[in-house]
Design a protein around this ligand. Sequence first.
Ligand code: SF4
Ligand code: FES
Length: 180
Amino acid sequence: MVTEELSYHDQVLSYVLALFDPYVTRMREKSMKPVQTYQATGITVTFDPNLCIHSAVCLKSLPAVFDTRRKPWIQVAAATVSQIASTIDKCPSRALKYVLEGREMSADEAKNGQAQTVTTIQLARDGPLLVSGAFVVIDENGVEMETTETAALCRCGATGNSPFCDGSHLTIRFVTKPKR
Ligand code: SF4
Ligand code: FES
């Protein structure tokens, strides 16, 4: 009896969710922020704010180029191409990427040409799951969303860019449970 009730309830819920799905998708697309592009001789840097987890790695590594206190916050002419590239390689979320001589490079590229054999998932304190190593993201319908080697996956549930972290865990003051 209970199983039938639950099953009926689930069917109604699925129907209602399906009705609202296009609306939710449109709202989500509207709330996505545009990708920013910054160019200098030999390098083009892109920043996707929908993927930034606010780790501040870029700010600490190369403040001459990455500084949120000024506009524009990225100034690619303020350092060498290799300095910028090595800093972007440390970005844990792929929010930052760069193109050198027409070839896209990022932390997705195997470090120093060495392919990583084991994919790791690191739990960031009060933050996302940091994935490093080859993996494929597949959506609810079995469709491949992305093949990548670096990503920050949301674990707080507040992201507007599911399944990726967009930094919203800071807004909601997400706290992971302490170890017992
Ligand atoms: S996630 Fe990347 S772009 Fe965002 S603050 Fe950290 S290093 Fe910078
Ligand atoms: S863990 Fe960052 S938005 Fe959820």
